[in-house]
Design a protein around this ligand. Structure first.
Ligand code: LLP
Length: 421
C-alpha cells in the first residue's frame, strides 16, 4: 500500500505517523487514506472517460459516510443492497439518480423507498421480484426502471464464498431462462426494462472471466432485442481483485479498456451504456487496521502475539482463511520471531494472521493491511466488544470519521425485565 510507508523507521499513513493516530484515537482503529481512495476511483473514472459509463461504488465494501461523500464528490454512482445503504448515500449527499439497487431479497419497504427516492435502476434477481416491484410501482403510480441480473455461469476462480456467477449460486436468473424472464418483465405494465446485469464474483485477478461475462451478456442481449425488447445498458458488476499477498490483478484501466474493446467488436456493444459496481478495488488497499500488542505468549508449539483487535473487527481471516499483510509500526533491529497474531475473543478461529515473522515487544503497534474493504462493514459486537473508531487521513491531517463505540451504547437498545413479583 503506497500511502503507508516507513520514514525513519516509523510507519506513516500518508504523512501522519500511525503512532500518533494510536495516541490520539486509541486502538483498534481503522485508518483510511483519502488519496488512495480517490486515486483508485480516479483510475476507473479516467478509463471510463469518453464512454457512456457509470462507475458505481459498491457500498457494501465500506459504507462510512465520509468514504461515500468523497466518492460522491468525485462523481461516482453507487451500488446498494438495502434501504440502509440508500439512506447512507443520501445522508452523505449522494445522488439517488446514480444508484443501482442490487440484492436477492429486496423487501417491500426497500422497493418503496428506492422508488420514492428515484434510483437509477433495480437489478432484479427473480420473476417473483419482478412481480413485486411491478405491483409496488403500480400502487405508487410509477414505472420502475429494471435490469435483470443473469447468472452467466462463469467461473471467476475465487473463494467459493465469494464466487457468485456459477450455476449453483443463489444469485441471478439462469442464463437459459433469462429470455423468458425478459419477456415476462416486458409484459408487466409498471416496469421499464432497461438492461442486463451480472456480477461474477469478487477478488478476481484475471481479465478473462470478465470478458467471458461480456460475451454472455452480448449474446443474451442479441436474443432479447430480437424478441422486440430494447435495452439501454449492460452492468458488469464488480469483482476486480487487489494485492493482498502478491496477487497481480489487471490494472483498473486495463480491465475497463478490455471490456470496452470487447464491446466495440460486437454490433450491439457500442449502443449500450455500461455500468460497473466496484467495491474492493476502490477501497480495499486504502485502509488498514491499527492494533496494539497486549501480550506475547509462548506455548510449547507456537508463539502468539495477542493484540487488541479481533475477529469481530476483521472477520476475513476466520471466514475465508484470508491473508492480510502485517507490519510493525516501529521497525526494530532484534531477530524476528514467528508469531500467530490473534485477538482476545473466545474462539480458536479468532486469528488475524498466521506464522508471521515479526520483531516486536509488548505494547508495539501493528498495521493490518488491506482492511479498507469488508472489514468494518463485517464487524460485530461479539464478546461485547465496541466497534473500533474509523479515521480518514488526508496528507498530514487526520479526521475522526466514526467514533469508537462505547460499551453502554451496545446495550442502549435493550430493556431490563420488569421488577420481580
Ligand atoms: N455488485 C454485487 C452485486 C455484489 O454482490 C458485490 C459483492 C459487488 C458488486 C462488489 O464486489 P467487489 O468489487 O467488492 O468484489 N465479504 C467478501 C466479499 C463479498 C462480496 C459480495 N458481493 C470478502 O471479504 O472478500
Amino acid at each position: 500500500m503506497q500511502w503507508c510507508q516507513y520514514r525513519d523507521g516509523q510507519l506513516l499513513a500518508e504523512d501522519v505517523p500511525l503512532a500518533e493516530l494510536a495516541a490520539e484515537f486509541g486502538t483498534p482503529t481503522y485508518v483510511y487514506s483519502k488519496a488512495a481512495i480517490l486515486a483508485a476511483y480516479g483510475e476507473f473514472a479516467d478509463a471510463a472517460r469518453g464512454h457512456d459509463t457509470l462507475v458505481c461504488y459498491a457500498l457494501k465494501a465500506n459504507a462510512n459516510l465520509a468514504v461515500i461523500e468523497l466518492l460522491a464528490r468525485a462523481g461516482a454512482g453507487f451500488d446498494i443492497v438495502s434501504i440502509g445503504e440508500l439512506m447512507r448515500v443520501q445522508a452523505a449527499g449522494g445522488d439517488p439518480a446514480k444508484v443501482v439497487f442490487s440484492g436477492v431479497g429486496k423487501s417491500k419497504a426497500d422497493i418503496r423507498a428506492a422508488l420514492a427516492a428515484g434510483v437509477r435502476c433495480f437489478n432484479v434477481e427473480s420473476e417473483a421480484e419482478l412481480r413485486r416491484i411491478d405491483a409496488i410501482a403500480g400502487e405508487m403510480g410509477r414505472r420502475a426502471p429494471v435490469s435483470l441480473r443473469v447468472n452467466p455461469d462463469v467461473d471467476a476462480g475465487t473463494h467459493p464464498y465469494i464466487s457468485t456467477g456459477l450455476r449453483e449460486n443463489k444469485f441471478g436468473i439462469a442464463h437459459e431462462r433469462a429470455l423468458a424472464a425478459f419477456q415476462f418483465a416486458a409484459s408487466l405494465e409498471h416496469l421499464d426494462v432497461q438492461g442486463i446485469d451480472c456480477h461474477i464474483g469478487s477478488q478476481i485477478t484475471e481479465i478473462a472471466p470478465f470478458l467471458a461475462a461480456v460475451d454472455k451478456l452480448l449474446e443474451l442481449a442479441t436474443r432479447v432485442e430480437a424478441a422486440g425488447i430494447a435495452l439501454s445498458h449492460l452492468d458488469f458488476g464488480g469483482g476486480l481483485g487487489i494485492d493482498y499477498q502478491g496477487e497481480v490483478p489487471p490494472s483498473r484501466r486495463a480491465l475497463l479498456e478490455a471490456v470496452f474493446e470487447r464491446l466495440a467488436a460486437h454490433p450491439l456493444g457500442r449502443r449500450y451504456a455500461v455500468m460497473f459496481e466496484f467495491g474492493r478495488a476502490i477501497v480495499g488497499n486504502a485502509g488498514l487496521l491499527l492494533t496494539r500488542i497486549e501480550y506475547l505468549k509462548s506455548t510449547p508449539v507456537k508463539q502468539f502475539a495477542i493484540v487488541d483487535a479481533a475477529m469481530n473487527d476483521l472477520l476475513r481471516p476466520a471466514l475465508y482463511d484470508a491473508w492480510h499483510a502485517v507490519r510493525p509500526v516501529v521497525r526494530r533491529a532484534e531477530e524476528p520471531v514467528v508469531y500467530d497474531v490473534v485477538g482476545p475473543v473466545c474462539e480458536s478461529g479468532d486469528w488475524l494472521a498466521r506464522e508471521r515473522s515479526l520483531s516486536v515487544v509488548v505494547g508495539d503497534l501493528l498495521a493490518i493491511e488491506s482492511a479498507g474493504a469488508y472489514a468494518m462493514v463485517m464487524s460485530s459486537n461479539y464478546n461485547a466488544r465496541p466497534r473500533a473508531a474509523e479515521v480518514l487521513v488526508d496528507g498530514d491531517r487526520a479526521l475522526l470519521v466514526r467514533e469508537r463505540e462505547t460499551p453502554e451504547s451496545l446495550y442502549a437498545l435493550e430493556r431490563r425485565l420488569p421488577p420481580p413479583g
